[in-house]
Design a protein around this ligand. Structure first.
Ligand SMILES: *Cc1c(COP(=O)(O)O)cnc(C)c1O
Length: 386
């Protein structure tokens, strides 16, 4: 089976993890700050906080932005459930904005018209989670203009997008948002097994997120309500969590960061071959907005079903039977039973639902060989021309 995505682990990665196992610190040592510095230096953000998943990063990002019961969080329906669930964790209401049919990202025009209605109704969101689907950045300039006009905060869910660029900046630079989140799950661009990071240029947000990551506990006397009782003293000044990343994960992250540029350029090479070799098949290939340089976490094709004598599920099953580990990113979040119970219905976001009826993620990962790619192309040609 050729999977749709797979981690790339080098001997250097293994050595880095082993040397942590032989060191004094398995957690709360020097590797986590080193990983944070490697990522923040690379993307040009002031602060970076490593945590145990992107889901945790989204949660503390929402809390730091003050999201709570009675507030609203909006995001795209075409994302992993975590981009929306972070709002529910905080007791906020979640709603969605339909996608742009070309980029498959949240559509800024749909956002503007929904904001205008929400303004009339007094139901404006406090937080918008902009998801860079497949690594392609959202139209951040438009989103940040609307954020200023309507007074909401912006989190970039860049789980797919580390190493990519928006205009001249690396994603994570944060010029157009309050907080950016990366995921280091093994299918993503770099991995720490499980892991995530929240980046910001705001000192207060960084301080809040650092507290929330570790039980709401501080050792900084300046933040305490009283003088420390002694050198052992720490104080819990908020209700936080244990969302810390381990030293083993961070060492793997530091090592993976040295190959980020290679990872992205190999993905671009593979995508260029797909773009060329699949162009005559009855499918829509991914379209890239000229303002972005995608991290290319995923290569999603859309079936032109009116030109095929097979259904979406038939094509998907045939590809799996022929040994391609294809996948579908994503089932629109509002179609999940949990969200249907919250009041969402099929038909609420028609462009997202149409995308779901046509999309298939085909194999693309750093270690994929030219032969493996040729095999994928051959199978796609056979399955889609019959
Ligand atoms: C993978 C992913 C997440 C969650 O990442 P974890 O690190 O597994 O918690 C969130 N949002 C998107 C868009 C993702 O793809």
């Amino acid at each position: 089976m050729i999977p749709y995505g797979r981690q790339s682990i080098s001997q250097d990665d293994i050595d880095a993890v082993v040397s942590v196992l032989q060191s004094d610190f398995l957690t709360q040592g020097p590797q986590v700050p080193a990983f944070e510095k490697a990522v923040s230096d690379y993307v040009g953000a002031k602060h970076a906080l490593a945590v145990n998943s992107a889901t945790s990063a989204l949660h503390i990002a929402c809390l730091a932005l003050g999201l709570r019961e009675g507030d609203r969080l909006w995001t795209t329906p075409v994302t992993f459930v975590a981009s929306a669930n972070c709002g529910l964790y905080c007791g906020a209401q979640v709603d969605f904005v339909d996608i742009d049919p070309k980029t498959y990202n949240l559509c800024p025009l749909a956002l503007e018209s929904k904001l205008e209605h929400a303004k009339q109704a007094g139901t404006l969101p406090k937080v918008l989670v902009a998801v860079h689907l497949c690594g392609q950045p959202c139209d951040m300039a438009a989103i940040s203009r609307l954020a200023v006009k309507y007074g909401f905060k912006v989190i970039e869910d860049a789980s797919h997008a580390i190493g990519g660029k928006y205009k001249d900046d690396f994603i994570g630079r944060g010029r157009y948002s309050d907080i950016t989140v990366f995921s280091f799950h093994p299918v993503k661009i770099i991995t720490t097994a499980e892991g995530g990071m929240a980046l910001t240029n705001c000192d207060q947000l960084a301080e809040r997120m650092a507290l929330l990551r570790s039980h709401g506990i501080t050792r900084d006397a300046a933040l305490m309500t009283q003088k420390p009782d002694g050198p052992w003293y720490y104080q819990q000044i908020d209700l936080g969590y244990n969302y810390r990343m381990t030293e083993l994960q961070a060492a793997l992250g530091v090592s993976q960061m040295t190959r980020l540029g290679d990872f992205i350029s190999r993905r671009h090479e593979l995508a260029a071959v797909y773009n060329q070799e699949l162009v005559s098949l009855p499918i829509t290939l991914p379209w890239q907005h000229p303002d972005g340089y995608s991290g290319l976490h995923l290569y999603v094709i859309r079936l032109e079903l009116d030109k095929l004598n097979k259904s979406h599920v038939e094509v998907f099953e045939e590809l799996r039977e022929r040994g391609l580990g294809v996948n579908l990113h994503y089932i629109p979040v509002h179609l999940q039973p949990y969200y249907q119970d919250l009041g969402f219905n099929p038909g609420d976001f028609p462009l997202a639902e149409r995308y779901y009826r046509e999309a298939i993620s085909i194999p693309m990962f750093h270690g994929m060989t030219d032969d493996e790619q040729a095999c994928v192309i051959e199978i796609l040609r056979e399955v889609l021309s019959a």
